[in-house]
Each structure stands twice: as structure tokens, then as C-alpha cells.
Design a protein around this ligand. Structure first.
Ligand SMILES: *Cc1c(COP(=O)(O)O)cnc(C)c1O
Length: 425
């Protein structure tokens, strides 16, 4: 029976049979035992499915990956040690030295650095584009060696909403997959596969975990992208893998080829695996994801309305606010709500922002976001503090931008805290 999303959050990935544990067990084991050498050999040849070493796969992690896969409506999924590892694998699974891909310039700073600096050292070039450009203008950035298009459903920290269908048309017109980082929206509010995305990534560290206990990531494949239609462009999937006795992933594994390759090659070689203990915490967080997202969105909208009407607030960005630049896109792609994160500026620039933040009592200053407890960050004083105002502007981050991550506390307490701190400036 196919359940609805709220039910899937609780039940997908683990269905105990008679007398088994109700909660997902933690398989706290590095390794798995076999009775015959032949059985073990078949696992190594990818001829049989099973577990042999937790660096590659673990039953607890796989159960949680299956839950996220079901929530996204995907075909196959894997957990990774962090969101950074998920985005690295998502690209590196189909790009190698000499290849090129395109990403929105509004993406999370950590991913921007990974794509623009570290992947470049590996010979993979990324062009960053303004995601609001027209389809025609964006088409001009594709090259013969372009292998993927990348964006975030809701960008961190500027909370811009991506036109996913525009990106998917562009990617498919150029024979490449669209990869979407769906961290802020979560599958509760947006399922990018329904809009033509091929692969979805997550920093599960954020809403999915929800309680700030474990850093983690996930990659989900829709199974829809046909690698064999472009055999020359994706040789890693369409030609024999010598490190696995000449297996051709796309032929042998069909719709599961991408995740099978990422697990058996990249996880084997890089080992950015999620521990079973952290996977268990993630699974626990997922149980209440739908409930929490509803509360985050309701609270954030109230806070956004409060701030917009405040005389000491210069501007507020929240896609669900009437009049927000991304309101129409939010209505299309995020009809049930966007997320708990909003961006705003106080009058008086950097100094006033710092004064305001230091006065807060409930909301904590943290390098964290999308969590049950309200927290905030001032990029100009924290994550981007080495940049001048001019450099900040180039990165699309206003010097007075405060990223507020609205939690699931009583919204009256959150607003009262903001009110007393605004009074001080
Ligand atoms: C936090 C974040 C990441 C990086 O994830 P980590 O789990 O911190 O490695 C990637 N993408 C987005 C949108 C994020 O917010």
C-alpha cells in the first residue's frame, strides 16, 4: 500500500515483522559475516545484494535512505557523511577532469567553494549563473563538455526560489541531468522530481535531522535520466568499469545505475559514509519532519509579517510574503509552505545588525540554520567576515543581511525576543 507523506515519514524504510523491534535497530557493526567464500565473492562482483563493510553500505543507513527516497518519490538513494559530501558525490559521479557543469550563483557558500575552488583543482570547471536569467540567456552557458546543471530549490541564505521547470527544460535540451539541492524546502514542501529534476541532494543536518545532533547528507536519484541516450557524455556509466570486472552500470543496473556507481565506486574510494548511529538519529528526526515543517512555515510567515511592518527593519525577504520577488514561484513550487528561514536587514547597516543580535535572548547566534530552535547569523560579521561591502554585494549578500532561522517555539516568544532587541537600535 502506498502511504501519504506524513505516514511515510514514520513508516518507510523499516517494516518490522512479527516480534521484531518497532524502532529501526542500529546495526553498529563495521562488517558482516558470510558462511561461504563464494557468497562473499558474489557481493564483491556486484552480482548479489548484501552487506559486507559499513564504509559501503549498512542496513540502518540504507533504511533511512529508503525513507528519504520514498519521501522524494525517487528510485534509489544513499546517505553520505555530510551535505558537502552529497553534493561532491552528486557531481563527481558524472564529471571528471576536463568536464564542465553549470550552477546557480545563489547556492550555499560551502557548495560554491566546493564547486568553484576545490573541484577546479580536480580539473572540473563550474560556471556560476544568475538563476533568474531567461532560458535563452542561460542556454548560452552550455558547452559540448557540460555534464550537469545544479541549483537549490530555496537558496541559502538569500531564500530565492528556483524556477525548477525552467532549469529542467534547459538541462534536458542539452542532454544533461538537473541536480537539485532540496535542503531548505524538504520533500514536505517540494518534490523536485515532480518538476523534472533528475537527482536530488540534501544536507540532512538541517530540517531532516531537525535537532542539531548529526551532520549528514543524502543523494536521491529519480532513475529518470537515460544515460544510455548519451553514451559518449557519461562514459563512467556507459562504459566498462575496470575496477568492477568490466561492469557497465547503466546496462546492468538501469534506473539504479547512478546510485549503484556512487556507492560502489565513490563511497568505496572516498569513504564519506554516515555512521549507523547518526543515521538512526536522522531516521528519528524524519518521523516528525512533516509536523515540524508546518510549524516552521507558519511561525516564519508570522515573523516575516511582523518584521515587514517594523519601522526599524529596512527590508525582509521571505518567499511567502505578498510582494516578495519570488512570491509567484513560491506559489507554484511551494504551495504548502517554503521553509522557516528568512532574510532581513535592520536600518543602520552592519553596526545596528550587530547591536540587535547581541541583545537577543531566545534566538541564538549560530553557524547553523533550519533547526527546531530559533537561531540567526549575520554573514557580514560571521561566515563572510573577510569580505568588504563591495565583495559582499558581488556575492549577492547585503552587508546588513541577517539570516533568521525561525524555530518551532511559540511564535509569540520569538516575536517578543525580536521586539526587545529591535528596541535597542
Ligand atoms: C548546510 C548546507 C549544505 C552543506 O551541508 P553540511 O551538512 O553542512 O555539509 C549544502 N547545501 C545547503 C543548501 C545547505 O544549507
Amino acid at each position: 500500500m502506498k502511504y501519504r507523506l506524513e505516514t511515510q515519514c514514520l513508516h518507510e524504510g523499516w517494516s518490522p515483522s512479527n516480534g521484531m523491534s518497532r524502532q529501526l535497530p542500529i546495526y553498529q557493526s563495521t562488517t558482516f559475516k558470510y558462511d561461504s567464500s563464494d557468497e562473499m565473492g558474489r557481493l564483491f562482483d556486484l552480482e548479489a545484494e548484501g552487506y559486507f563493510y559499513t564504509r559501503l553500505q549498512n542496513p540502518t543507513s540504507d533504511a533511512v535512505a529508503a525513507r528519504i527516497c520514498a519521501l522524494e518519490g525517487g528510485e534509489a538513494a544513499m546517505l553520505t557523511s555530510s551535505g558537502q559530501a552529497a553534493n561532491f558525490f552528486a557531481i563527481f559521479n558524472i564529471c571528471e577532469a576536463g568536464d564542465h557543469f553549470i550552477a546557480s550563483s545563489a547556492i550555499y557558500g560551502g557548495t560554491y567553494n566546493l564547486f568553484g575552488v576545490t573541484l577546479k583543482k580536480m580539473g572540473i570547471e563550474c560556471t556560476f549563473v544568475d538563476q533568474t536569467l531567461s532560458e535563452e540567456a542561460l542556454a548560452g552557458y552550455f558547452r559540448p563538455n557540460t555534464k550537469a546543471l545544479f541549483g537549490e530549490t530555496i537558496t541559502n541564505p538569500t531564500v530565492s526560489v528556483l524556477d525548477i521547470e525552467k532549469f529542467s527544460r534547459l538541462a534536458h535540451a542539452h542532454g544533461v541531468p538537473l541536480i537539485i539541492d532540496n535542503t531548505f524546502a524538504t520533500p514536505v514542501n517540494c518534490r523536485p522530481f515532480e518538476w523534472g529534476a533528475d537527482i536530488v541532494t540534501h544536507s540532512t543536518t538541517k530540517y531532516m535531522d531537525g535537532h542539531a545532533v548529526g551532520v549528514g547528507g543524502c543523494i536521491v536519484d529519480s532513475g529518470n535520466f537515460d544515460w544510455m541516450r548519451h553514451p559518449d557524455r557519461f562514459p563512467g556509466l556507459t562504459t566498462p568499469d575496470e575496477s568492477y570486472h568490466g561492469i557497465v552500470y547503466a546496462e546492468r543496473f538501469g534506473r539504479r545505475a547512478y546510485i549503484t556507481k556512487a556507492t560502489s565506486q565513490l563511497m568505496r574510494d572516498f569513504g564519506a559514509t554516515q555512521s549507523p548511529q547518526n543515521a538512526f538519529y536522522l531516521g528519528l528526526g524524519l518521523e516528525t519532519l512533516a509536523l515540524r515543517m508546518q510549524r516552521h512555515c507558519a511561525n516564519a510567515l508570522q515573523v516575516a509579517n511582523y518584521l515587514s511592518a517594523h519601522s526599524k527593519v529596512a527590508w525582509v525577504h521571505y518567499p511567502e510574503l505578498e510582494g516578495d520577488e519570488f512570491h509567484a514561484l513560491a506559489q507554484k513550487y511551494l504551495p504548502t509552505g517554503s521553509c522557516g528561514v528568512l532574510a532581513f536587514g535592520v536600518r543602520g547597516g552592519r553596526t545596528a545588525a550587530v547591536r540587535f543580535m547581541d541583545r537577543l535572548q531566545l534566538a541564538a547566534i549560530m553557524t547553523h540554520v533550519a533547526d527546531s530552535k530559533t537561531c540567526l547569523l549575520h554573514p557580514a560579521s560571521h561566515t563572510h567576515r573577510q569580505l568588504s561591502d563591495e565583495q559582499l554585494a558581488a556575492a549577492g549578500v547585503a552587508p546588513d543581511l541577517i539570516r533568521l532561522s525561525v524555530g518551532i517555539e511559540d511564535v509569540n516568544d520569538i516575536i517578543a525576543d525580536l521586539a526587545q532587541a529591535l528596541e535597542s537600535i
